[in-house]
Ligand binder design. Structure first.
Ligand code: GTP
Ligand code: MG
Length: 205
């Protein structure tokens, strides 16, 4: 898929304040600092579109970016930033949960995982919750440039295999790097496929 145009639309503090033009949207979620905002910029080839920072806790609202005037990418705050106060963490978690459960336009959630680390409980609990809530999601491994190609592949495979202790059907996954742009075409093609299936008449994909 070619991204011809990517523009910031709005930052919303609650799901009820999000855009209401009924365009399909794809949200990016994961631990604080995992690389959600950087990935959106990489996918759009648009530096500075989403705000990034080397310090965790940069994104604090629901941010909509309109792509090719047709669909949205949504940058969400990270979960689990230990230095945030408990009240702040609860507030962000509530914002994220309400958005994910209530947003009708949301067609897929991308859960971002730092490829360098073993499966962490907080990510696993989040994924189990998505599965139980029947929310369609996929996994994106980030920062693949920080380890060798062989290790990136085996880390990702092992991470996915660990899900088999509870889930029989595993979600699609992608290995990416916002530095090298690895995985860009695969993620964009996947989005294009879903967009296409949404337009197809019932029964035809
Ligand atoms: P919050 O909004 O705070 O939850 O963080 P975020 O998940 O949006 O992360 P962000 O995109 O701001 O990136 C965090 C840091 O990781 C920044 O210093 C980025 O430059 C760096 N980073 C993100 N993706 C990559 C990547 O693929 N490779 C490398 N080497 N660094 C990355
Ligand atoms: Mg961010």
């Amino acid at each position: 898929m070619i991204i011809k145009k990517s523009e910031f639309t709005i930052s919303s503090p609650t799901v009820s304040r999000c855009p209401n033009d009924n365009k399909p949207e794809y949200a990016f979620i994961g631990r604080s600092n995992v690389g959600k905002s950087s990935l959106i910029n990489m996918l759009c080839n648009h530096k500075g579109l989403a705000k990034t920072s080397s310090k965790p806790g940069k994104t604090l609202l629901i941010n909509h970016f309109i792509i090719n005037n047709e669909w949205y990418l949504v940058d969400l705050p990270g979960y689990g930033y230990a230095k945030n106060s408990k009240t702040m963490r609860n507030k962000l978690e509530q914002m994220i949960a309400q958005y994910i459960l209530q947003r009708k336009q949301l067609v897929n959630v991308f859960v971002l995982i730092d490829i360098r680390h073993e499966q962490q409980l907080i990510d696993r609990e989040f994924i189990d919750w998505l599965g139980e809530s029947k929310v369609p999601f996929s996994i994106i491994f980030t920062k693949a440039d920080k380890i060798s190609g062989g290790r990136a592949k085996s880390n990702a495979l092992l991470w996915m295999k660990n899900l088999e202790d509870r889930w029989t059907e595993l979600p699609p996954y992608f290995v990416t790097s916002s530095e090298s742009k690895e995985g860009r075409d695969a993620v964009l093609d996947y989005i294009e496929e879903i967009n296409h299936s949404l337009k197809a008449p019932a029964g035809e994909i």
